[in-house]
Design a protein around this ligand. Structure first.
Ligand code: GLY
Length: 337
């Protein structure tokens, strides 16, 4: 497996593929995990760890305060290295706390879910949810190192595993035709958790995302492409109360809506449109949601308004051909219904 070093603005992030018995970096000052990943904390580090309850509802200031309080109790200094072991929530919060502690100490992330390995842990987006808005408060603070062992994926429930595969499909659509073909030809190996296949898809996603974030850490241009499917998907998650659809299921539904939008606008290559839906079906995702289009459109508008922008959509015309544009409301109604 290749190891990488990326330059994200003034930050450098090393990505290392490891074995389970070699997951922790040499300098580990404080570990943050949740109840699902605490089994990876060695006994001698238990006292220096914060174990949070799992789930998005704990992605809040209180958890950040717990991490910072532990850092103070341990009398850590600016040379400390915070280590986050878990999915996107743990990785985002550990890096956020590290970005605040003494105005920034180093952070190593050990992503343990498909979603965090393929997307969340790389690229420096940190933060917490605030006032009912996902990731409203945070910093750009890339980890010094990511340490990845695909064996940690074996403990995931199938739904959670598949939630992250949505980001793999997205990465392939955005920038890796070989990965798109691999997804088409290796479904059973991927869903059967074959190590070689998992390493292939994660390695590919790391390369895709690393290259995009190297070009645009602060999401002023091309990084926004990583939101393919997310504008529709987040609105679906919000409207359905974060219960019916996992993040990845929302993203896949959103990718479907984005493809339908491109078709309505007459800009997508038909063969590619069919190919995307055939991959979505191959992995057994739902492409339909019984939702009120007005509620979805309002949720998208409100989300963007709160963040000071107008709603723009990431659309595609062909594999790896992506554009950002506003979409007339009548088309939105048509593709959501
Ligand atoms: N998850 C999208 C991004 O990192 O920009």
């Amino acid at each position: 497996m290749s190891n990488y070093e990326f330059n994200f603005g003034q930050f450098k992030t090393k990505v290392s593929f490891c074995e389970l018995d070699n997951l922790l970096p040499q300098t580990t000052s404080l570990i943050v995990a949740d109840e699902n990943t605490s089994y990876l904390i060695p006994d001698e580090m238990k006292e220096s760890s914060v174990i949070l309850p799992p789930g998005e509802i704990y992605k809040d200031w209180k958890s950040i305060e717990k991490i910072l309080t532990k850092a103070v109790e341990l009398e850590l200094g600016r040379d400390a290295n915070f280590v986050g072991i878990g999915g996107g929530v743990i990785c985002d919060m550990t890096a956020f706390a590290a970005s605040l502690f003494m105005r920034g100490c180093s952070v190593t992330l050990i992503p343990t879910t498909t979603l965090s390995m393929c997307d969340a842990a790389l690229g420096g987006k940190t933060g917490v949810d605030f006032k009912d808005y996902k990731n409203l408060v945070g910093t750009f603070y890339p980890a010094t190192e990511l340490r990845i062992c695909v064996d940690t994926l074996k403990t995931l429930e199938k739904r959670e595993f598949l939630s992250g595969i949505a980001e793999v499909i997205k990465s392939a659509m955005l920038a890796d035709n070989e990965l798109l073909t691999y997804l088409e030809n290796n479904r059973d190996n991927i869903l059967g958790l074959k190590r070689e296949s998992l390493e292939f898809i994660i390695n590919s996603c790391i390369k895709v995302k690393g290259k995009i974030v190297e070009a645009d850490l602060y999401e002023r241009s091309i990084r926004a492409h990583l939101n393919l499917g997310h504008t529709f998907g987040h609105a679906l998650e919000t409207v359905t109360g974060f219960a019916d659809f996992s993040h990845g299921e929302g993203v896949i539904w959103g990718i479907g809506r984005a493809m339908e939008t491109s078709r309505e606008l007459g800009i997508v290559n038909r063969e590619y449109y069919d190919r995307v839906f055939s991959i979505i079906n191959l992995y057994g995702y739902r492409t339909k949601a019984n939702v009120d289009a007005t509620k979805i459109i309002n949720a998208m508008k409100l989300d963007k308004k709160k963040k000071g922008g107008i709603v723009k959509f990431i659309l595609q015309t062909a594999p790896q051909e992506t554009l950002i544009r506003e979409v007339p409301e009548d088309i939105l109604y048509k593709v959501i219904n």
